[in-house]
Design a protein around this ligand. Structure first.
Ligand code: FPP
Length: 238
């Protein structure tokens, strides 16, 4: 099994500010970087790539900025479909679809359906995503239709009701722009993930940076709370 890598794409605003541009220009450059990284990832042994596009907290930004990011998402989904088909890339979503604009929801649902049978890399777009929100929704899904105390919540019950229960936990979480925070990204799933922080701002990220992050990850010992090191190439969660 190949790797699951999650990326917190941070620093678009700072990239723009440093050049005297609008923040939206930073997001536009961020989209270009995301396209390049998706293309590079499939050739690097990555089977799952989760991109943190928009968090449940990002609604606090101006309506203009939120609208611009939603527009970029729609543009990405439309423009990249041919690339996905040619490279057998399956697009998926994680997050709460119910609070997103209907046109965005439609585009996401359509591309997820149209790429469902593709067996190459899976790109998971975290859009209106929050780790705590995902866990709360998972618990509510588990309790739906259960009366009284018939269901005991344990780790398996929660894991089975997350947004994409079939996707293995991330092995590596990358964060750009030098911030040392999880920012509510894959809280449940990243319990044993390795973290890699890059000082570079997201719009400056390229294939070489991803390759460096993977190489750094491959050198680490993963113990999953035990004593014995587990090879990074194994996916053995014990
Ligand atoms: C973080 O930078 C970036 C975002 C919140 C938006 C990410 C969106 C994209 C990269 C474009 C869409 C991508 C796809 C794949 C559809 P920030 O604005 O928090 O930067 P700052 O911390 O420097 O202000």
């Amino acid at each position: 099994m190949g790797l699951h890598v999650g990326i917190i794409m941070d620093g678009n605003g700072r990239w723009a500010r440093a050049r005297g541009f609008m923040r939206t220009q930073g997001h536009l450059e961020g989209l270009k970087a995301a396209k390049q990284i998706v293309k590079a990832a499939s050739g690097m042994g990555i089977d799952f790539l989760t991109l943190y596009v928009f968090s449940t907290e990002n609604w606090k930004r101006t309506a203009e900025e939120v609208g611009f990011i939603m527009g970029l998402v729609r543009q990405y989904l439309k423009a990249e479909f041919t690339f996905c088909r040619e490279n057998h890339i399956r697009v998926r979503h994680t997050g709460d679809l119910s609070r997103l604009p209907p046109d965005v929801v439609k585009d996401i649902v359509d591309v997820c359906r149209d790429t469902e049978a593709f067996t190459g890399m899976q790109v998971i777009l975290a859009l209106n995503y929050g780790g705590r929100d995902e866990i709360v929704r998972a618990v509510n899904k588990a309790l739906t239709g259960v009366s009284g105390n018939a269901l005991e919540i344990n780790e398996n019950v929660i894991a089975d009701h997350l947004d994409n229960p079939d996707i293995p936990d991330p092995d590596l979480i990358i964060r750009t722009a030098g911030e040392y925070r999880t920012s509510n990204f894959l809280l449940w799933e990243a319990a044993y993930a390795e973290y890699y922080i890059s000082e570079k701002l997201w719009p400056d990220w390229s294939d070489a940076d991803l390759a460096e992050a993977i190489e750094n990850f491959q050198k680490r010992e993963r113990r999953y709370g035990g004593v014995r090191a587990v090879s990074v190439s194994g996916n053995h969660h014990e």
